[in-house]
Design a binder for this molecule. Sequence first.
Ligand SMILES: *[C@@H]1O[C@H](CO)[C@@H](O)[C@H](O)[C@H]1NC(C)=O
Ligand SMILES: *[C@@H]1O[C@H](CO)[C@@H](O)[C@H](O)[C@H]1NC(C)=O
Ligand SMILES: *[C@@H]1O[C@H](CO)[C@@H](O)[C@H](O)[C@H]1NC(C)=O
Ligand SMILES: *[C@@H]1O[C@H](CO)[C@@H](O)[C@H](O)[C@H]1NC(C)=O
Ligand SMILES: *[C@@H]1O[C@H](CO)[C@@H](O)[C@H](O)[C@H]1NC(C)=O
Ligand SMILES: *[C@@H]1O[C@H](CO)[C@@H](O)[C@H](O)[C@H]1NC(C)=O
Ligand SMILES: *[C@@H]1O[C@H](CO)[C@@H](O)[C@H](O)[C@H]1NC(C)=O
Ligand SMILES: *[C@@H]1O[C@H](CO)[C@@H](O)[C@H](O)[C@H]1NC(C)=O
Ligand SMILES: *[C@@H]1O[C@H](CO)[C@@H](O)[C@H](O)[C@H]1NC(C)=O
Ligand SMILES: *[C@@H]1O[C@H](CO)[C@@H](O)[C@H](O)[C@H]1NC(C)=O
Ligand SMILES: *[C@@H]1O[C@H](CO)[C@@H](O)[C@H](O)[C@H]1NC(C)=O
Ligand SMILES: *[C@@H]1O[C@H](CO)[C@@H](O)[C@H](O)[C@H]1NC(C)=O
Length: 597
Amino acid sequence: MSSSSSSRAFFFFFFFLINVSLLLTLSSAADPFVSYEFEVSYITASPLGVPQQVIAINNKFPGPTINVTTNNNVAVNVRNKLDESLLIHWSGIQQRRTSWQDGVLGTNCPIPAKWNWTYQFQVKDQIGSFFYFPSLHLQRAAGGFGGFIINNRPIIPIPFDTPHGDIVVFIGDWYTRNHTDLRKALDDGKDLGMPDGVLINGKGPYRYNDTLVPDGIDYETIEVHPGKTYRLRVHNVGVSTSLNFRIQSHNLLLAETEGSYTVQQNYTSLDIHVGQSYSFLLSTDQNASTDYYIVASARFVNESRWQRVTGVAILRYTNSKGKARGPLPPGPDDQFDKTYSMNQARSIRWNVSASGARPNPQGSFRYGSINVTDIYVLKNKPLEKINGKQRATLSGNSFVNPSTPIRLADQYKLKGVYKLDFPTKPLTGSPRTETSIINGTYRGFMEVILQNNDTKMHTYHMSGYAFFVVGMDFGDWSENSRGTYNKWDGIARTTAQVYPGAWTAILVSLDNVGVWNLRTENLDSWYLGQETYVRVVNPEVNNKTELPIPDNALFCGALSKLQKPQKVSSDAPSITGNKLKLLFTWLVVWAWIHIFQ
Ligand SMILES: *[C@@H]1O[C@H](CO)[C@@H](O)[C@H](O)[C@H]1NC(C)=O
Ligand SMILES: *[C@@H]1O[C@H](CO)[C@@H](O)[C@H](O)[C@H]1NC(C)=O
Ligand SMILES: *[C@@H]1O[C@H](CO)[C@@H](O)[C@H](O)[C@H]1NC(C)=O
Ligand SMILES: *[C@@H]1O[C@H](CO)[C@@H](O)[C@H](O)[C@H]1NC(C)=O
Ligand SMILES: *[C@@H]1O[C@H](CO)[C@@H](O)[C@H](O)[C@H]1NC(C)=O
Ligand SMILES: *[C@@H]1O[C@H](CO)[C@@H](O)[C@H](O)[C@H]1NC(C)=O
Ligand SMILES: *[C@@H]1O[C@H](CO)[C@@H](O)[C@H](O)[C@H]1NC(C)=O
Ligand SMILES: *[C@@H]1O[C@H](CO)[C@@H](O)[C@H](O)[C@H]1NC(C)=O
Ligand SMILES: *[C@@H]1O[C@H](CO)[C@@H](O)[C@H](O)[C@H]1NC(C)=O
Ligand SMILES: *[C@@H]1O[C@H](CO)[C@@H](O)[C@H](O)[C@H]1NC(C)=O
Ligand SMILES: *[C@@H]1O[C@H](CO)[C@@H](O)[C@H](O)[C@H]1NC(C)=O
Ligand SMILES: *[C@@H]1O[C@H](CO)[C@@H](O)[C@H](O)[C@H]1NC(C)=O
């Protein structure tokens, strides 16, 4: 680092500190501000031994972890140094009253290449483990993801002893082709085919077998002290592969999923589907005679063909005596029977007596006694051709993103951007491509049945809310299926898996005004149109139920003439600029101390 850039870094850091403390002082009664700078760019990495362009944040792959506390105000200045547009989606962050910050095409104009844009939102009434990722152009297949932790406020106890450490783990299938090549395959109507491997924290497998794993692959090592308990936050950030996660000779005590504390139960392994997040408590209670394998292996596949597609990392005790040895711990041996996996999913329940983000118990919102106001049966199908193009559908509709985001179109009263006619039951007849969205009822209670008619596993996600997963079973859902719903301790979370040939039912309280994405997390099907939005409008427009459009809102599509040009600059502000800012900040501090105290 040259002396000018190091002094620049110093000023920048100093200025940042003062700003944060100033904001804390000025709003001591209000909620603290936390800011992050994200520089998104390509770097070359070879996770599977083949050099390729991956998407890094601040030169890190995976990106930095956002680690904040309930009700914090978070600002993230995203600098897009890619050669294409970008949006960062904060998956599972509810964005109370501000779908303007959700980072998907239905609510935000993309950040053009070389521009920057600052997200600003409050993590209101939330706790838990989430992750962020780039939502456009299949970019998640190239990286750009990172962890998002919301800690409990100190006054609210967590339902377990404070862990000795907090470890974020990303697992996901991976292709050695980059995302632009993968995108081209999908545009050409081709299947992505089998992934080339599974990465753990952006790294390839440990060489547990010389035939299966080439030499020279950099693998992840997680170091732990013996006799402690760690919180592992595991996220499946992959394209479309369901993974079984396990650690040799160790139990995984499930404690939290996507913002809810679960009934604590031990698992020897857990299926984690694309887009899902879980917190486990890991006791380092084994002897240190060797290191231990951490494994993420593909689920429901022909093991002999998929052996190479296995993620292997190392758990190393600080007093470890040697390397991990021998075969990997086996996963469930049931490739043709998904019953075990579904039963495991059903066993994940809400701890109704634990406090979540608020002091009152999680279960005090008695969802089982609320009357349903709207019912949607959403059914997918295997990919099909529509007007000669390979597309993915939901209820017979393949979604087309409008060039003007839905929320922005509403703000400017533009007509004809979308249709509020998403069908309550799957359309019969030939499929269509349409910008068709769900007319949500503000303060309604919506029941959504997700019916998977595809041959693959799907995970569905809805922005803006946590929903209750009340039931799942094989076969077609019918009115009688309601008799099997869990009306007491179904888990509230932000994703739900739906097994092929099966259904999953969710309940959601539409109390968050905005336009919210409802999609499959499987990247290829999402890219090909398997999504929609739920538009929730308060008939009495006010600033209490929805925040005003942000000052820095980007404009595009029919509104692009409202967009002011942005100075395309790749440099941080100059030293002089920072000195001035610093001086100004000192003046404000001085004034604050001497005049207002
Ligand atoms: C992806 O790889 C292709 C070659 O296979 C290359 O032409 C292209 O520039 C790469 N894209 C990125 C973003 O690295
Ligand atoms: C871009 O970054 C600069 C410098 O940090 C900041 O002042 C500006 O507000 C950002 N622009 C937007 C649109 O967020
Ligand atoms: C549920 O939460 C309560 C309250 O924090 C805690 O004492 C209890 O151990 C938890 N129960 C289970 C089964 O995890
Ligand atoms: C997040 O911050 C808390 C303190 O606020 C710390 O205990 C924890 O280790 C941090 N987690 C990560 C993953 O950085
Ligand atoms: C490595 O994997 C190959 C292919 O599955 C298998 O035949 C071989 O026995 C394994 N080697 C060891 C040492 O386990
Ligand atoms: C989970 O397993 C650990 C041993 O790894 C044991 O100490 C603990 O009591 C078990 N907890 C539950 C809730 O079964
Ligand atoms: C250490 O633990 C491993 C696996 O649990 C076991 O196979 C081994 O016998 C143990 N060694 C000693 C010295 O206790
Ligand atoms: C699994 O794949 C192997 C290798 O391609 C093949 O020989 C075997 O028949 C397959 N097994 C099943 C049950 O499909
Ligand atoms: C739900 O509906 C039933 C009958 O339609 C009604 O009697 C009951 O009061 C309603 N419950 C609530 C909580 O609104
Ligand atoms: C949307 O729903 C509201 C009631 O929530 C209703 O008044 C309105 O007519 C509906 N709009 C359409 C286009 O169906
Ligand atoms: C898909 O739907 C058709 C028609 O209802 C049914 O015959 C078929 O079994 C379903 N397949 C799956 C995998 O659900
Ligand atoms: C909401 O706030 C904005 C800006 O703060 C203001 O222009 C607008 O009039 C307010 N709207 C209502 C309905 O209060």
